[in-house]
Design a protein around this ligand. Structure first.
Ligand code: GLC
Length: 549
């Protein structure tokens, strides 16, 4: 592979990255959920000034950049994934000047900034949706969205039923009446998520043009890339036909092929890639493509996105055979389309790994080992704020839950979104708020201070120390050419429960997923999640990186 020029940033200092690969191929990206990261103004909601103040912490982890979930103006029906102005900053989070300061400081610390773009839907408060509502049935304004005449249960009840049987991902039907009390406006609009999130009609070319302007706006500012929300769902089957059965709620996108993975969507990402490549350095596109590995990989063909999250492990328990099967499938997809997997075990939608892997001390050990394994695998890795602290899922009291998924009858995702503990002392919500504050937007549980950054920074055995060391070693291995962008992974299971990923010739990631100790594979142990207790053996729930040559 030829060495790309070092990435400079619009006249700024070069940002780090290995000389032999594009920076994202080796990257570790830290996901910031701004409302729960750090609260600079004491209103109980995290914000941009809070994030700015804590940027040195993120830089100290050694990560390459940050992906920020939405902070654009929004009624916050879905905590910002209902955007009413794609090119602004919600006053809840600060101002555009704050954002500009954030970008500048991040770059000066060697951190790239990726933003979340939400192209499948906007907020029902978005001016173009409001204009569409006002313009009425049959108008050009309504063609930007999916407004469709309802079906009728009988001659007496015109349009009293939704146009088809699609279910919202958040539960309930995926349609709402445009003007519920009107006799003349009998149209419904489509929303794959909540009623406050109308889906754009991507078959109308004006939508594509609109989003091109949005992308240009942020790219022109110097934003380094975009995470693309629900990237596989923009196009719906022509004619919006009924699904063979009303799909189950949470799996809506995956089990209803009529709203997902339509071939036309790829043209959008080809266009976005061409745009990203017009910038110097080129901007990164990473997709939330919630499909099986072989289908998701088609979104990272050479002229589409650079990355798509490999979520497959997220759906699995602590099971070496299942992980090896998924690893093999991802490797096959990589061989076919060239883009290495983009590993993620956690994000703001998923139950925290410490809880998924068994909870309590067992889950904590496994989450720690899984994080070490993940950072050694070929491909880039995304970690979610708090994963580096080993935070568990919080059982948020029912009265405090705000997730619209919960409100519509699904599970709640609030438990992964609880404000970060910065300080051991419980005052000011463990340092989440920098000033005397209103209560945090989600309550923190008893004992949250045990996970605090401040405490873990002083403890050489903390998850925080371990994660920082693993990231540093990973960087060194890239710099020394032990890890390269061409690395693949050969997956297998030994002794029934030892998961192995042979990375490039001579490097092995091993994760002991059984209840019994297993033979330590031959080679020099470069790193381990826990100290090796016995010569030649690997204890349950430990992970190691081994150099074989
Ligand atoms: C994505 C986001 C999730 C949001 C949904 C709708 O899956 O990660 O938080 O609710 O899209 O925008």
């Amino acid at each position: 592979m030829s060495a790309p020029a070092p990435a400079t940033h619009d006249g700024g200092a070069p940002l780090p990255g290995p000389a032999t690969a594009e920076w994202w191929q080796s990257a570790v990206i830290y996901q910031v959920y701004p409302r729960s990261f750090a609260d600079g103004n004491g209103d109980g909601v995290g914000d941009l000034p809070g994030l700015i103040a804590r940027l040195p912490y993120i830089a100290s982890l050694g990560v390459d950049g940050i992906w920020m979930t939405p902070f654009q103006p929004s009624p916050q029906v879905d905590q910002g994934y209902d955007v009413s102005d794609y090119c602004g900053v919600d006053p809840l989070f600060g101002t555009m000047e704050d954002f500009d300061r954030l970008l500048e400081l991040a770059h000066s610390l060697g951190l790239r900034i990726l933003l979340d773009v939400v192209p499948n839907h906007c907020s029902s408060e978005h001016p173009l949706f409001q204009q569409a509502l006002a313009a009425g049935p049959g108008s050009r304004e309504r063609e930007l969205f999916h407004f469709v005449e309802g079906r009728s249960s009988g001659p007496e009840s015109p349009s009293d039923l939704p146009p088809n049987n699609w279910q919202s991902v958040f539960g309930g039907q995926a349609w709402s009446r445009a003007t519920p009390d009107s006799d003349t406006d009998t149209e419904w609009y489509l929303h794959l998520f909540s009623a406050g999130q109308p889906d754009w009609n991507w078959r109308n070319p004006e939508v594509g043009d609109y989003f091109e302007d949005v992308l240009r706006f942020w790219f022109d500012k110097g934003v380094d890339g975009l995470r693309i929300d629900v990237a596989h769902a923009l196009f719906k089957a022509e004619g919006l036909p009924d699904a063979p059965s009303a799909s189950p709620v949470v799996d809506g996108l995956r089990s209803n092929p009529l709203v997902s993975d339509q071939e036309e969507v790829h043209e959008v990402y080809r266009r976005w890639r061409r745009l990203a490549e017009q910038y110097q350095p080129q901007r990164l596109l990473v997709g939330e493509v919630n499909l099986e590995p072989s289908r998701a990989a088609r979104y990272t063909r050479g002229d589409e996105m650079h990355q798509a999250f490999a979520f497959a492990f997220v759906r699995l328990g602590w099971d070496a055979v299942a992980w090896a099967a998924v690893g093999t499938e991802l490797e096959a997809a990589r061989t076919l389309h060239g883009a290495a997997p983009t590993w993620a075990l956690e994000n703001h939608d998923i139950v925290r790994s410490a809880t998924r892997f068994g909870g309590g001390r067992l889950g904590a050990r496994r989450a720690r080992a899984a994080l070490v394994a993940l950072l050694g695998l070929p491909g880039s890795a995304y970690i979610y704020q708090g994963q580096e602290l080993g935070l568990p899922e919080v059982d948020v009291p029912v009265d405090s839950r705000v997730d619209p998924m919960w409100a519509r009858g699904g599970v709640t995702r609030d438990g992964a979104r609880v404000p970060l503990p910065w300080a051991e002392n419980p005052s000011l919500t463990h340092g989440f708020s920098e000033r005397e504050a209103a209560g945090p937007w989600l309550p923190v549980p008893e004992g949250w201070g045990d996970y605090a950054v401040e405490r873990q920074q002083q403890d050489p055995h903390s998850v925080l120390h371990l994660a920082t060391q693993a990231i540093a070693l990973r960087r060194r291995l890239w710099d020394e050419g032990v890890f390269t962008a061409d690395d693949g992974g050969t997956w297998r299971v030994e002794e029934g429960t030892l998961l192995l990923c042979e990375r490039s010739p001579g490097f092995l990631v091993a994760l002991a997923m059984g209840a019994e100790r297993v033979k330590l594979p031959a080679g020099v142990v470069l790193f381990s999640a826990f100290p090796l207790a016995e010569d030649g053996w690997l204890q349950p729930d430990n992970a190691v990186w081994i150099r074989r040559d």
